[in-house]
Design a protein around this ligand. Sequence first.
Ligand code: TRP
Length: 446
Amino acid sequence: MNQTLERWSSRRAFILAVTGAAVGLGNIWRFPYITGENGGAAFLLLYIAFVVLLGLPVMMAEILIGRAGRRGPMQSLGHLARQAGSSGHWRWLGLFGAFTVFCILSFYSVVSGWSIDFMVNAFSGGFVGKTGPEIGAGFDAFLADPLRMTLNHTLFLVMTMVVVAAGVSKGLERLNNLLMPLLYLLLIVLAGHAATMAGFVPALKWLFTPDFSALTPMVFIHAMGHAFFTLAVGACALMAYGAYMPDHQSLPGAAVAVAVLDVAVALLAGIAIFSVVFTQGMDPAEGPGLVFVTLPVAFADLPGGAFWLGLFFLLLLLATWTSSINLAEPMVATLQGWGLKRRSAALVVGLCVWLVGLLCVLSFSTLSDVYLIGQMTFFGLVSTIPPEVFLPLGGLLIAIFAAWVMPEQEALRALDAGPNGFRLWRAVVRWVSIPLVVVVLVSGLI
Ligand code: TRP
């Protein structure tokens, strides 16, 4: 397959696109609840360390492969491997990535759909004056209603696939240019609002005073998986975006900007959420329901609560939209590489994800007592194993490919950071990132 000619129109467009991919459920839904479950500040520090030592260098590796290959992930990997005189089997890594994002998107679309329903409900005052148990029961009733869940899942997936079908420069870029600045604005307004609450100072204390006794090998696995998930690294999805990266832009500069924005969004969201939680004296370790139960309860009797809550879910929806577009891209690019037209590829991917998403929907009702591994439902399985095992594994292989396999000259050129910058990056990937993933994965899985 020939090289793609599509490009992001500017450096800013590329950074916005990757930030759009990075900022999503991971920052606003997953980060607060797993930080809550894993002891707060110690987990936060560990996650930031993983972002710096693993997420960032591997993100550079991933984008660099896409930029050097300028094709869909499978084709880029195969092409560069052959160029280096190595095995063409490396291309299967692209397929593994597509499988990973397929699993992730099938639950991602379902949870993102929740935010559509909750946004409408919040803005129309549906939570006002309700008690905690009433709101909890409302959430349970929502989960037990496959029709309502399917409707939202369908709506969200259609929103996603329409943009993907429109193509990179027309669809993805326009949407990102519009949504990302809006997202930051909303978040800053929400965090500013949180600063006026009684729970603001306790929230800061809880988020920033570490208790290292809380760290177990499983917490390391959670923090590592989360660093990959939140940065959108490890599934060749950023590789697909890297193929459209313009020439003459330093890759490390762009990657650092994205990581800083991503962590900043998580922190702002965490501060906003935990300020409300502590103002109402609620439990930060509530779990996946944190955003969907605790927040409506917390906002129910605050002045202007309906508006702020609606705004919060709008924010979540915008953030997940740009992420899910990125999740769909490697699959669409792979199908395109096999000769399908972009629109047909988007339709096929959308239909398959929709079908598997239905199993996630039913995991909360009809299939709620069907356990696959241990105590995990289908939803539990696809929302845990792909982020915490497949992404680190994919990231490991991507790192090995970029730092050991692909032609050095290609990597040097695609990183665009000069010979010294290149050597530094490669040394970090070879001697820090790769061993670290292996150690954490092995110690967590045994
Ligand atoms: N980073 C996104 C989030 O935090 C999720 C995401 C988007 C993702 N694209 C990805 C995760 C690619 C893994 C791979 O919500």
